[in-house]
Design a protein around this ligand. Sequence first.
Ligand code: F6P
Length: 462
Amino acid sequence: MASSFGAAQVLVASNRGPVSYEVREDGSLHAKRGGGGLVSGLSSIGPDAGALWVCSALGDGDREAVRRGVGEDGVRMLDVPADVHADAYNGIANSVLWFVHHMLYQTPVEPVFDAEFRRQWASYEAYNRAFAEALAEEAAEGAVAIVQDYHLTLVPGMLRELRPDLRIGHFSHTPWAPVDYFRLLPDDIAEQVLRGMLGADRLGFLTRRWADAFTACCEALVGGLGGTETGVHGLGADADFLRKRSHEADVDERMAALREEIGEGRRTIVRVDRTELSKNIVRGLLAYRELLATRPEWRERVVHVAFAYPSRQDLAVYRDYTAEVQRVADAVNEEFGTAGWTPVVLHVKDDFARSLAAYRLADVALVNPVRDGMNLVAKEVPVVSEEGCVLVLSREAGAYEELGEDAVVVNPYDVSGTAEALHTALSVPPAERAERSKRLAAAGTALPPARWFLEQLRALQG
Ligand code: F6P
């Protein structure tokens, strides 16, 4: 048995990895490194220390890289057949598990768990098995493996069977559904998900609320947590990185361009999201519309800078949502815009430098998801905003647990309440705004990514 062990002491597994490849016109491969908490967390350990990241090949470029044997140290990309990945990622992970945890179904007609669902579920199992097998192959004896998110809920149980010697963790970056909603899933599937996760020694969540919801599901459906521990690790923003990156030349350039679009002396309400159903972008726009309708004193004096970047465009419901965001933004501009004032500046092309420029200019940050695991934008804007910003924050975002006291809190479904919250936020006097923003920045950066990751690693190493 000893001869079948691998060399990695610390392993991370996730659907999306730290690098992606693009085939250029001349046939060469171009590698693009991703950002995000997990990337900076794992790079604090690095391949030299025997850390390995197992992830999926996601597009043609990634598949070509695997085929050509091109790769980065410390990363192993799995070339799962494209149709299996599509069923697992689009069909199950994003259309079922994401919908359950974010409570997104229109329940009079959805969900429908039929033969097609069962077919896709088999792909989800195969996808999870491919990860479990790769981890089992790469892990050194007694190594730690931390599996990420709802794409890979079955991996801990599968890996436990293959390699009982490992310390296995799983971290959920999403909310966890309350029992009654989780039970929308067919009984055997709900049980399989819970038992799969309970194969881990330790399960991490972003907030106490999500950890408690998971525990409640286990108590109701599988008789409790067994020997598995749960832990809460509220991933924070990376203050050092943000402060430095937001003052680079490309951000300055974007800021000048944005200032032109906004116009002299106007306040800004900033939001930056993936165009994601749970982010509640449409109700945010409707609330802004209501602000302009009911508080005419703000007309010409404020601009809503809304960045809604493409996400999961293989799914029709996301494409429709993207179109709806555009339609409502256009309608607000049509209704209230004047020759010198565009009330909503909407950008849909992903541009990180421009996001940071908007953060710097933000007077108000609007973060109103219907449900969100954490929401890092809520934690990032106060760090970067130059004059300090007032945060309008949904009570359904995980970030609410840490930032609620210094934010203007909203019920995300209450459009009129959100309009009023925007008015309140715009009216906060500058000194109070700066103070609040400072406290938000401190709370939002309390657990930076590298520490967030190390905390979990230490807890697993015991
Ligand atoms: O947990 C949610 C999450 O996986 C985040 O880590 C990430 O921001 C987002 O979803 C990205 O989704 P996708 O990989 O589908 O683009």
